[in-house]
Design a protein around this ligand. Structure first.
Ligand SMILES: Cc1ncc(C[n+]2csc(CCO)c2C)c(N)n1
Length: 198
């Protein structure tokens, strides 16, 4: 595999979903099958799925896989690392440019979700200013925001959450970060949500 950075601003995400159910294999394989992945380069192995392409398609696909499972009511956890700037290879470069609109719907599914995210704007200077500015952007999306160690905690509607995170990622990139990394951990239908006790 080439270790050279590609020239294109291809985005990517390595992510996993963990449904807390005996039927986890069906949930994982089913969600990947139900999701339209035609606008991204995709590879699934025993640990994660990696998607690469334009930012809007990377977010559309990761949101859809998570939502396919979350909307069934099963408790599901999601872990993702989004990156743009120095992918280290050029796999998927054919998925860059104007290749169409996001292919997955599910935009009107109403589902509450809790998450923590961490933003790493590299190479632009003033990284803490960028992080504080982008946390405020999540508040403007109507997402409840609170502090956590090494991350920011988020709570709210899942589609607003993904929209906000996509905006954060885009705006960080646009405002001068040469390599942006964002980690997200998310959970839906957690039993500990009810009354926040267990
Ligand atoms: C999005 C996503 N991609 C891959 C895995 C890894 N994985 C764990 S069990 C399983 C199905 C049986 O092979 C797979 C592919 C994951 N958890 N989530």
């Amino acid at each position: 595999m080439s270790q050279q950075c590609g020239n294109s601003r291809i985005a990517g995400c390595s992510f996993s979903v963990h449904p807390m159910s005996d039927e986890f294999v069906e949930h994982i394989k089913g969600s990947l099958k139900e999701t339209d992945t035609s606008n991204v380069w995709i590879d699934t192995d025993e640990v994660t799925t990696t998607v690469r392409g334009e930012i809007e398609h990377v977010f559309d696909v990761t949101r859809a896989v998570y939502l396919q499972i979350a909307r069934s009511g099963v408790h599901v956890a999601f872990n993702a690392t989004y990156s743009i700037g120095c992918p280290g290879d050029s796999e998927g470069d054919q998925y860059t440019g104007d290749i169409g609109d996001p292919a997955n719907g599910l935009r009107d599914v109403k589902q509450n979700t809790n998450a923590k995210f961490s933003l790493y704007p590299m190479g632009g200077g003033d990284y803490m200013d960028v992080i504080y500015r982008e946390i405020d952007r999540m508040k403007e999306k109507g997402i409840e925001v609170s502090a956590a160690h090494y991350a920011t905690k988020l709570s709210g509607d899942v589609n607003a959450m993904f929209e906000g995170l996509e905006d954060v990622f885009c705006e960080t990139e646009k405002s001068g970060s040469s390599h942006t990394v964002m980690t997200v951990t998310m959970s839906a239908n957690s039993p500990s949500e009810k009354g926040k006790r267990s």
